[in-house]
Design a protein around this ligand. Structure first.
Ligand SMILES: Cc1cc2nc3c(=O)[nH]c(=O)nc-3n(C[C@H](O)[C@H](O)[C@H](O)COP(=O)(O)O)c2cc1C
Length: 189
């Protein structure tokens, strides 16, 4: 069982989201972490887009450019840890998605023209923390539900600690509520 932990907790050890992720992953063996704060990936502009398309067309999937996509496609579970920023998540995570959306590795088009996922993972777990509340505007998680569908990952799960920047909020209680959600998910397996 390999877990791919996509760490978009850009504030590092200060991050509440990272604390929750660590609790979710505690005791799991075989966790591979992608630390987006360290990776500092570049977004795709015209040149790299053309270069990648050429590699795909020539079946040159041995190029290191595809390593992130390969790790994503081969993991048994995906865990995304991302704070709730500007109604979704940090831009670094969207750039990571650009790198893993590689045709022929994480998805492809069938001869009938349908988009078909190629990922092995049985589920994607999305963990976040928010300054306020996420309800009704959970665009980050909803986006990853779409990505999971496109990549052929059948199940998605969500954990949030809310109201952490609200003056007077009991942050310990908010984190404890999220920890309960985590305990429930871990008990499910
Ligand atoms: C750039 C930025 C954008 C944010 N945007 C939102 C937002 O749209 N809605 C919200 O409720 N909180 C927002 N917040 C607050 C964070 O969601 C909150 O502080 C969260 O707990 C940070 O997670 P972390 O401790 O893992 O970094 C934002 C914080 C930052 C730094």
């Amino acid at each position: 069982m390999t877990v791919l932990f996509v760490n978009a907790c850009l504030r590092g050890e200060e991050s509440h989201t990272l604390k929750l992720c660590r609790e979710y992953l505690e005791g799991r063996e075989d966790v591979k972490e992608v630390n987006l704060a360290e990776l500092k990936l570049e977004p795709y502009y015209a040149g790299p887009v053309a270069f990648r398309a050429q590699l795909e067309a020539n079946n040159r999937f041995d190029d290191p450019l595809f390593d992130l996509a390969k790790d994503f496609a081969e993991a048994d579970e995906i865990v995304i840890g991302a704070p709730y920023w500007d109604l979704s998540f940090p831009a670094a995570l969207k750039i990571y998605v650009e790198h893993v959306c590689a045709m022929g590795i994480t998805f492809h088009y069938t001869e009938q023209g349908a988009c078909e996922g190629l990922c092995k993972a049985g589920r994607l777990t999305y963990i976040t923390t928010c300054g306020g509340r996420v309800e009704g505007m959970n665009f980050g998680y909803e986006y990853f539900c779409g990505i999971a569908k496109m990549f052929g990952i059948p199940e998605t799960r969500f954990v949030a600690a809310e109201n952490l920047d609200v003056v007077g909020n009991d942050n310990e209680a908010s984190m404890a509520a999220a920890r309960q959600q985590i305990a429930k998910l871990r008990a499910e397996g």
